[in-house]
Design a protein around this ligand. Sequence first.
Ligand code: PHE
Length: 454
Amino acid sequence: MIKRSSWRSQFGFYLIAIGSAFGLGNLWRFPYIVGENGGGAFLLVYVILSLTVGMTLMIAELMLGQLSHSTLLVSSQKLGEKQKMPFRYIGIMSLVICFIVLSYYSVVSGWVLHFLTQFVKSLFVKDHLREMSQQSLSILLNNGWLQFLLASVHIILSLVVVAKGVQEGLEKWVSRIMPLFALLVVVLVARALAMPSSGAVLRFLFYPDFSKLNLKSLAQAVGHMCFTLSIGFGTIVTFGSYMKRNENLASVGMKVTFLDTLISLVAVLLVFPMAFHGSERPMTDPTLLFEALPKFFLEIKGGLYFGLIFFLCLWLAALNASIGLLETMVANFTDLKPKTPRNYFAWMVGGGVLVLALFPALSGTVFRDLRILGLSLIEFLDTVLINWILPVSALFIGFMFYRSYKSEMENIFVDETQVASLVLYRDWRRVLRWGAPVIIILGLVLQVCYLVLS
Ligand code: PHE
């Protein structure tokens, strides 16, 4: 059974929280969302949002976990009873989100695994790298069962790690991959920016043209921000519940948000030079990363080895994020029913995710004709969950926290040794109380207008 012990060191905790925040959201999802919304203006809005609303909600979720000393399912139940509000639905909603998101997150992780195996093959088969950069994506997209097989391998591996327990499971993975991956990406960005397209890319990304934004853009920025910071899932609350009392949550939340936003910025600098250079697919397509990067690795010296390490690290990051999602669900159920063995929940949840993954995996083949509001199944799941339900969940968690812990917040936030801490606290409280709800609701309302008018 799981012990609610604290993480060994604060540094270990950073690595884990950053590890769960960092994942396919940064490298796979963010670039095509930026592409879809026309570049610079969206990027600017996103960064501002992330460093204000995102950071605020991240700190609130950490505090909620620490103060309630339990995961979201249990804390929402307890707080609901205390406040006489239907808060318990928040816990249930967040678990449903984790469950569905993990099903298609695993499918995309399977895509990464596919490219990883192709790079390994290129080590042994002459000219395979060239062939691969031209054909691998379409082979994959036309073979739903292959996608399902790869997703299954990914889910089973995540399950094995989770079944072993939080500390050994997570900590080991993250601390090893993060620094190496960061270094590799920085080297690759330097190379990407040496490409002839870099002038156009920098203009596209850093020259804000607000006419490119539309009524959906704000909701997309909010949704993606929640997705990449793991807000609204109950994951951050779970982390908070494991944290020691004497750790400064505000500073942890700020650092994690800041780093995650930085990584997203670096990701677009890596993906777009190649996308501008000679990509056949539009820059708004979810396959953008997988279209652009193999071609990039074909063009640079030593690309085979760089590509191999890149996809290996990316897959490990995806594995780590999937473990974070699985762990959130298992920790929530274990908290609710402490007598039931943790592994029972791990296998039940993992099995369910495996079955559900069939749908997104086969969405381009067997279920090709099943289109909802003009979207394929995988696109529909992604849109509904990330742009609609996740922001609502984040909003409710923030609201529940504020209502329940108004009077305790200041003590936890303010660090007496830091002069700026009290000023920051006031700003944070203001954003939590007014800024975040206004932005999230505005995003949702504008999105409704978009649907009605289009
Ligand atoms: N934040 C992760 C990413 O960007 C996804 C994730 C969400 C992981 C929730 C764990 C929990 O890929």
